[in-house]
Design a binder for this molecule. Structure first.
Ligand SMILES: [Zn+2]
Length: 404
């Protein structure tokens, strides 16, 4: 699940000071190892690809090894002669990221190591919407995850909560219509209860984080896509030319698909949420319990006609909303993420029908609609990845912090 991250080239208009040069070279070297996606890279290969001298590479490698950012892989020998080749890879101990997520049926917690591997995944069924109750449950799970990580010699360096709605200042959930939350400072509440005290906590949008995780999981061929996730609310994460847009709000669940439609919890009417949200599809067919998407899938497979009709309407409504989006931003792939990945076979035909009807470019530039890989766990994995990504993007910052 590792993937090289986008980086802006250093500004060459300003002179590079000695410490800046040292930091740049460390960053460059670390990026080569991280970008090898698990394949060990030797010191001589690093010298070749970076253009740095062997002594410089050796000094940087010693520093990265001491900080537990990389490890030496098992030596390998190629051919009949020659010295054994010692490669370097990202460490599976050391810094790790913690992710937290609020889903319709469960709270979840996840720890991801520097290689992007999920090392801990935990669930707690819940049916309450009260912020204090939910945040207390998440705090308990987070502290359990930090301990589980420590038992595997992982140090959680920060936590990210995936929230179903717009977030301000990486902390305050401004409005989560389905939860009924307004201006809940989830970041502050979690910070107050997490151990060790002072652990950095961020809150981010769940659909954005789900898209991040799917992007890592998909590998390098996926660079222009929208990931539409159906959970509590429907959200969309967008990656264009290999960059995830920060300014993208992604609240596709509240895009209007029916001018005369039913009222939505957000205060507007005719929102996509009212036709394609899990609760809307389920209707009165069953109580929303554990894994609503599994219930929907089972009822449809058993021939429940109301659910089949509701899924058909959901596919059409999703197609209308996604077509509007693709007329504005050019993507070649639509991933159905979160619980939609479990329902994709029931939704794809309706979505494709509307895309062909409404998107101007489909005649010469087809759009592939397919289920995402990680399913409902994508947001919590993305939350953990976004934290560990901070270390991967800024190894010098981690080294500076570790020395203080
Ligand atoms: Zn709405």
């Amino acid at each position: 699940m590792s993937r090289p991250v986008h980086r802006v080239a250093p500004n060459t208009d300003t002179p590079i000071r000695q410490d800046s040069l040292r930091a740049h070279n460390l960053d460059l070297t670390f990026r080569q190892i991280a970008g090898a996606r698990g394949t060990p890279v030797s010191r001589s290969e690093l010298a070749t690809t970076t253009g740095l001298t062997r002594p410089t590479i050796s000094r940087i490698i010693d520093e990265l090894l001491a900080a537990e950012l990389i490890v030496e892989a098992e030596p390998t020998r190629s051919g009949n002669s020659g010295r054994p080749r010692v490669g370097l890879t990202l460490a599976r101990t050391g810094p790790a990221g913690l992710g937290l997520d609020i889903r319709a049926d469960v709270l979840s917690a996840c720890v991801v190591d520097l290689t992007g591997t999920v090392r801990h995944l935990d669930f707690l069924p819940h049916d309450g919407l009260d912020p204090d109750e939910v945040l207390h449950g998440l705090t308990t799970m987070a502290n359990r995850a930090v301990q589980a990580a420590a038992a595997e010699r992982l140090t959680v360096v920060g936590a990210t909560l995936a929230a179903p709605g717009p977030v301000q200042n990486n902390s305050v959930v401004r409005f989560a219509p389905t939860l009924g939350w307004r201006d809940v400072d989830a970041g502050a509440a979690l910070s107050g209860g997490l151990q060790p005290a002072g652990l950095p906590v961020r809150v981010d949008n769940d659909a954005r984080l789900a898209a991040l995780a799917e992007w890592y999981a998909a590998g390098q061929e996926l660079n222009n896509f929208v990931c539409v996730s159906g959970e509590f609310d429907i959200g969309a994460g967008l990656v264009l030319d290999g960059v995830q847009l920060r300014g993208w709000a992604g609240e596709v669940g509240h895009v209007m698909v029916d001018n005369d439609g039913a009222p939505c919890a957000c205060g507007a009417t005719g929102c996509l949420q009212r036709y394609a949200g899990l609760q809307a599809i389920l209707g009165t067919a069953a109580e929303p319990g554990i894994a609503p998407a599994v219930t929907i899938d089972a009822l449809t497979s058993a021939g429940n006609p109301r659910i089949a009709t509701a899924l058909d309407e959901a596919g059409t409504a999703l197609g209308v909303a996604i077509a509007g989006l693709i007329n504005l931003v050019r993507v070649d792939t639509v991933l159905l993420g979160g619980s939609y990945s479990l329902l994709a076979s029931w939704l794809i035909d309706g979505i494709n029908r509307e895309l062909h009807r409404r998107v101007l470019t489909t005649a010469w530039s087809p759009v592939e609609v397919r289920p995402a890989t990680l399913g409902p766990d994508a947001a919590v994995i993305g939350a953990a990845l976004s934290t560990v990504d901070l270390v991967r993007r800024d190894p010098n910052g981690w080294l500076a912090g570790a020395q203080n």
